[in-house]
Design a protein around this ligand. Structure first.
Ligand SMILES: [Zn+2]
Length: 431
């Protein structure tokens, strides 16, 4: 996805960008789903009714003026009334995203609210979640029920037998919330398929929050060699690709690549992952950071892995929904499924939540050539490797393997490749 500038970009362009992303990510059908923005004049910009979500352009976005007159080539979305009701109930909300994404619809049809205490940032981004009982779509009654939930302070609401609606301080904020909520729902469904979800306590989440790293001193002159520039490009490209492939969400995930000695480049904090660009990447040299940039929160873990493992030249930390089904249910992710999975990943270790905190020696001590990936329960997966593309491939293989295990679970029990067959793979591919 392109950058989203919620200050300078026209509301029509913002909406077109985000609806396109939601559609391509499989989070809405072409007929379902609608997005709106309220501007400073009180005019509401909204997706049109019954126009193909796959080919929407800026001209298709409808503007409903404050006085009720409609500007544009189409009719506003039939679900426009509840958008309007939300803005009326909550003047701090400036953008609304509504859709029927499959995992959140699963929750809405079994009439449950997803518990986002599965990973720390999901709780923060989604906040407590409201619940609006079923009403006829497009009617005033549905608008009232939803607005009532927003009035209580919820920024995300499950709509009974319908879908979800989230609000935000701008469209970026709303989109990140929407994406994180659907990710949480998918993870909970996967975790409930292979086991039982484990939830973090509020105290554990508070402990995670207190882990904001002390910032390294800033360097004076920054040297950008062609090698350094090519690392920058690789990281930015693969972070975006990870988002496109469903391996990373906007709000979490980081990558780094060793540059020279123990110096490396790493993704920053607080930049939505889908819009990662070369200038966002942070250089870390001689224990100093590039000026005016804040490296990822897990900087010290990356640094420690590079220090203790000369063979590791790239690291990815992320959450992918099927891997996290195992990470949240505390079930072993056994990759003795197909030859590719075992050759790429061998044995995936799992460590308890908290072991990822700065200064804990557990993860650097576990990573090895024979154990390139480690799951941190209720947090994410750490994948290591030589070239970044190789590490990325490992991550893809891990998510595919996890997905096969989740999908295979209702069919029967995994029959792993035998020890003898593993030895043959080891001899042929790894020695
Ligand atoms: Zn709907």
């Amino acid at each position: 996805m392109n950058k989203l500038d919620t200050k300078l970009q026209h509301p029509g362009d913002q909406i077109t960008e985000v609806i396109g992303r939601i559609y391509r990510a499989g989070l809405t059908t072409t007929s379902g789903g609608n997005i709106s923005i309220i501007d400073d004049q009180g005019d509401i910009w909204v997706t049109p009714s019954a126009i193909d979500k796959g080919t929407l352009t800026r001209k298709d976005i409808v503007c409903v003026k404050r006085d009720g007159t409609i500007k544009g080539q189409h009719k506003p979305s039939s679900e426009y009334p509840f958008h309007k009701a939300i803005y009326k109930a909550r003047p701090d909300i400036k953008a609304v995203v509504h859709a029927h994404p499959p995992a959140l619809v699963s929750f809405s049809i079994v009439r449950q609210i997803p518990d986002t205490n599965i990973i720390p940032q999901a709780k923060h981004i989604c906040g407590p979640i409201g619940y609006a009982e079923y009403s006829l779509p497009g009617g005033a009654e549905l608008g009232d029920k939803i607005a009532r939930e927003f009035k209580k302070g919820f920024n995300a609401v499950i709509m009974e037998n319908h879908g979800t609606v989230v609000g935000g301080s701008d469209l970026k904020d709303a989109y990140v919330r929407f994406e994180t909520l659907e990710f949480s729902a998918r993870t909970l469904i996967g975790a409930s398929t292979v086991g039982k979800p484990h939830f973090l306590t509020d105290a554990q989440i508070a402990e995670f929050d207190s882990q904001i790293p002390e910032d390294l001193p800033e360097m004076g002159e920054v040297e950008h060699t062609p090698e350094e520039q090519s690392i920058r490009r690789n990281i930015a490209t693969l972070v975006r690709r990870a988002c496109d492939q469903g391996l990373m969400i906007s709000s979490y995930g980081n990558m780094s690549v060793r540059w020279q000695g123990n110096d490396f480049l790493i993704t920053p904090r607080n930049v939505p992952r889908w819009e990662m660009d070369i200038q966002d990447i942070v250089q870390i040299r001689n224990g100093m950071r590039e000026q005016d940039k804040l490296p990822s929160r897990s900087l010290s873990l990356h640094a420690e892995i590079y220090r203790s493992h000369p063979e590791v030249n790239s690291i990815i930390l992320t959450q992918a929904p099927n891997i996290m089904a195992f990470g949240v249910s505390h079930t072993k992710l056994d990759v003795r499924t197909i030859p590719e999975s075992w050759i790429f990943l061998q044995d995936i270790a799992a460590v308890e939540f908290g072991r990822q905190f700065a200064g804990d020696p557990t993860i650097p001590g576990i990573v090895s050539i024979n154990r390139p990936a480690v799951i941190v329960q209720n947090d994410g997966i750490i994948v290591t490797g030589d070239k970044l593309l190789q590490t990325f491939d490992r991550l893809e293989v891990a998510e595919f393997s996890a997905k096969s295990l989740v999908m295979g679970h209702p069919l029967g029990t995994l029959v792993p490749i035998s020890n003898e067959q593993i030895e043959d793979l080891r001899k042929k591919f790894l020695s």
